[in-house]
Design a protein around this ligand. Structure first.
Ligand code: ADP
Ligand code: MG
Ligand code: ZN
Length: 506
């Protein structure tokens, strides 16, 4: 599948498209690789709180004359991990190129990127769309530097009085992942992006919570529905002779789906009016929910690519073998189902992130897997979700949650109290489970305490006792309620029910 160099398609025109059209989408996904330092210098990638503009910089990432780049080994390692995860070819040697264009956020007036020898080519990623597996081809994936950022002061790019430039971001390592035009609906792109993020997060090379860590350009065209084969493939000549729009500025899964749905409809309307689709770059305006034309699409030759002489070719042939990757989400889901007897839904919840899966596994090996699944998938994730927290936000407290599950397992606290009081108070404050249980008096009532509460309930409620003997089943529930209240909810309702019946039958 790997075709390179790409053709300049801007001169080609749309073929005739009949009423019945199918949408064709290919993605170019930029993700930030998690490394400590920038890709070609030693500056940190971690913005300090309230950092001043242009302080996290050095002569290299400012593009000062004479400053030379040095490749960050961690960025290459991360890229090799991605290559292995998407089953890509990793070449013997990979090289770097200058992509030349003038824009103020680009201090050198070129971007250091890769061109004809990218670090990954011919990969694939399987996604499930409505339960159906679909394999999306990945043409290539390469590493490059992020430009700086611009701040248009006093409004949009058109209305701003002036623009500020900040090079703190310049040189942040990015990986650009280019897919084949294999998507047949906006929904498929959303599933793909979710899956891609999940895999990257498992690899430990990506932080989905980081601002701007995922940026998507989406290429969209319409083809004759008859051109789509039963397996969803579209012949290359059809793809190549069809004009497409490249939609930029998409920053989320949901944004991708919305932008693409809008763009497909826009193109259908253009064709319906008997006009042609322009080969152009469009901008997704998230706020207005529309795509707007930015410019006619730049062609390959506009960038005057040439080899970066300051970076030698990188020998990566051995890296594929020497760099290990962890078990990936699909494999882990399968294993969880088999090893712990989980249903599909629990298995997929419990593998939604590596941190969740690791925690579940810790708990499941210590206690009953079913109890572990309920506690992690339903209780903990549910309560975290309600508070808009992720498991990584409470990473330092995982042993406290394990302790709580252990207390439930040992019958030291009732399930109801653990779920509805202890866990919630733990999350709303900073206390460990023992402290909460002690403070709220929730330690499971001892046998003696329960028995005396049962006796008291019978002594103090003669009417309910009479009703019970007259066959009123509701009376027993009332008495159970009295005992539960007296024990502060720390008794087991089933056990109380049994004890009451025993006493009342005597
Ligand atoms: P360019 O350099 O012009 O961006 P590429 O060959 O690198 O061209 O392709 C970029 C993206 O366009 C890829 O993600 C590819 O899948 C997608 N693409 C190619 N042909 C089509 C098409 N007919 N419709 C939609 N997307 C397409
Ligand atoms: Mg492109
Ligand atoms: Zn620097």
């Amino acid at each position: 599948r790997f075709r390179w160099p790409a053709h300049n398609r801007s001169a080609m025109s749309t073929q005739a498209v009949s009423e019945e059209t199918a949408v064709v989408i290919g993605l170019e996904v930029h993700v930030q690789l998690e490394t400590d330092t920038k890709i070609f210098c030693g500056c940190s990638t971690e913005p300090a709180d309230d950092e001043a503009p242009n302080t996290r910089t050095c002569p290299t990432c400012l593009g000062l004359p004479g400053a030379l780049p040095v490749i960050n080994e961690a960025a290459v390692e991360a890229a090799v991990k991605v290559g292995k995860a998407i089953d890509a070819d990793i070449p013997e040697t990979t090289t770097f190129h200058r992509k030349n264009y003038y824009y103020p956020d680009l201090p050198k007036n070129f971007q250091l990127t890769q061109y004809d020898a990218p670090i990954c080519a011919n990969g694939e990623l399987e996604v499930a769309v409505d339960g159906e597996p679909r394999t999306i081809g990945i043409t290539r994936a390469h590493i490059e530097e992020d430009p700086g950022s611009l701040q248009h002061v006093g409004g949009s790019i058109e209305s701003a009085t002036h623009t500020l430039v900040n090079y703190n971001r310049a040189g942040t390592p990015l990986m650009e992942i280019v897919t084949e035009p294999d998507f047949r609906s906006p929904a498929e792109t959303r599933a793909f992006l979710a899956k891609l993020e999940e895999v990257l997060e498992y690899l430990g090379v990506f932080d989905p919570g980081r601002d701007g860590s995922l940026r998507v350009d989406a290429n969209v065209s319409l083809v004759d529905a008859d051109a789509v084969a039963a397996d969803g493939s579209v012949p290359t000549p059809v793809l190549e002779s069809t004009n497409r729009a490249e939609v930029k500025n998409i920053s989320s899964h949901k944004g991708a789906e919305k932008a693409l749905a809008y763009e497909a409809t826009r193109q259908r309307n253009v064709l319906r009016r008997g006009r042609e689709i322009e080969q152009e770059t469009r901008h997704w305006d998230e706020g207005r929910g529309v795509t707007v034309s930015m410019r006619s699409k730049e062609a390959e030759k506009d960038y005057r690519y040439f080899r970066e002489a300051d970076l030698p070719a990188l020998e990566v042939a051995d890296w594929r073998e020497s760099i290990a990757i962890p078990e990936l989400p699909d494999a882990r889901r399968e294993r969880f189902r088999e090893a712990y007897g989980l249903d599909r839904e629990s298995a997929s919840k419990l593998t939604s992130s590596k941190a969740v899966a690791d925690f579940f596994e810790d708990v499941a090996t210590e206690f009953d897997p079913e109890l572990a699944a309920t506690w992690v998938a339903d209780n903990l994730l549910g309560e975290l979700n309600y508070r808009e927290l992720a498991i990584t936000d409470v990473e330092g407290r995982l042993d406290e949650f394990t302790r709580l599950i252990g207390l439930v397992d040992a019958g030291e606290v009732t399930v109801k109290n653990a779920e509805e009081v202890v866990l919630r108070e733990m999350l709303d404050g900073a206390d460990d489970p023992d402290t909460v249980i002690e403070r709220e008096g929730l330690g499971k009532a001892g046998a003696g305490e329960v028995e005396s509460a049962v006796d008291a309930a019978i002594d103090e409620n003669p009417e309910a006792v009479t009703d019970y003997h007259d066959g009123d089943e509701g009376a027993i529930n009332f008495l159970v309620g009295q005992v539960m209240q007296a024990t502060g909810g720390s008794a087991d309702p089933g056990q109380v029910n049994g004890l009451l019946r025993e006493q009342l039958e005597e």
